[in-house]
Design a protein around this ligand. Structure first.
Ligand code: NAP
Length: 293
């Protein structure tokens, strides 16, 4: 990495490499991996995330199924759909798009998914196996961040790594992975959340900052040590009258002012997002291979 200018952690370019790799792997199979997505309700963001996932499947030669259920679907009815997917041998992996309507218990639903098909890696079995450093489906966003760290050869061993945000899908699993005894791990990880004190002081000693809190522009230049690596997970829709759709995605990092202080930084959009999508394809391929050894 250059000392004079920062390295852009280009998620689009890296995702294109991974898509080709997965497509090549898929070309030799007689049967194609199949990902199903269950979407409950009409949330605009969820609908577009699911459409991207379906398009990604087409791009790499996977089959896909979209199961759309109405907002008032009962928990019992959703559990029936899940049981049918567990039994359906033509589906190798599936996801239930989150968040679910408030009358449905998310954990009850996630626990009902057959872990061998749980390509989001949200089942308690996968969370436990990840904690024990046993093979598991790693949730897509942590998977994408590790792939990025690996590709750009960002050293993690002994590094001070500060993660902001402790969600079950991003910050917490990432904190376990980056502190584990593994090639991409061995970091000294600090996991910050909304009750953390001295947040700026923690960030200022970090060699790597990973921002995953959903507060646009939260990480400012005065919170970042010269030469740190900054990975921005945040994606919040902010109003933008100059855009045809009236909004744009903004990350948790004030990229404009932070970038020049860093050794490397991921943009939003075009950073972690595309690699998250690859994480799901990767897990689907692995699920297919384990069901078709
Ligand atoms: P989440 O479930 O909403 O959790 C947010 C976390 O941030 C919580 O742990 C919360 O602390 C913490 N937090 C909130 N305000 C804080 C503050 N002022 N200081 C320190 N910590 C604070 O978030 P998520 O689902 O992980 O998503 C986080 C962001 O990443 C969102 O913008 C989301 O859209 C984005 N995301 C992007 C991708 C991608 O592919 N690019 C994937 C997943 C998520 P408490 O636990 O104390 O409440």
């Amino acid at each position: 990495m250059s000392r004079n200018s920062f390295q852009l952690l280009d998620g689009n370019a890296l995702a294109a490499l991974w898509k080709q790799k997965i497509k090549d792997a898929c070309a030799s199979f007689k049967q194609k991996p199949c990902l199903a997505a269950v979407l409950v309700g009409n949330d605009g963001a969820s609908q577009s995330y699911v459409q991207f996932k379906i398009k990604d499947c087409t791009d790499v030669g996977f089959e896909s199924k979209l199961i759309q259920l109405s907002e008032d679907t009962t928990q019992a009815s959703l559990l029936e759909t899940i049981e049918a997917l567990n039994q359906d041998t033509s589906v190798h992996g599936y996801i239930v798009q989150l968040p679910l309507p408030s009358h449905i218990n998310e954990q009850t639903i996630l626990a009902a998914i057959d872990p061998t098909k749980d390509v989001d890696g949200f089942h308690p079995l996968h969370a436990g196996r990840l904690m024990l450093s046993l093979p598991s489906f790693v949730p897509a966003t942590p998977w994408g961040i590790l792939a990025m760290i690996n590709h750009y050869q960002i050293p993690t061993e002994g590094a001070e790594i500060v993660i902001i945000g402790r969600s079950h899908i991003v910050g917490r699993p990432l904190s376990v992975l980056l502190s584990s005894s593994a090639k991409y791990g061995n970091g000294t990880v600090t996991l910050l959340h909304s009750k953390s004190k001295n947040l700026k002081a923690h960030c200022l000693r970090a060699d790597i900052i990973i921002a995953a809190l959903g507060k646009p522009g939260f990480v400012t230049a005065d919170m970042v040590k010269q030469g740190a690596v900054v990975i921005d997970v945040g994606t919040t829709r902010v109003q933008d009258p100059s855009s045809a759709r009236g909004w744009r995605l903004k990350g948790d990092v004030d990229f404009e002012h932070v970038a020049s202080k860093t050794l490397a930084i991921s943009p939003v959009p075009g950073g972690v997002g595309p690699m998250t999508r690859i994480g799901l394809l990767y897990n689907t391929l692995e699920a297919f291979k384990s069901l078709n050894p």
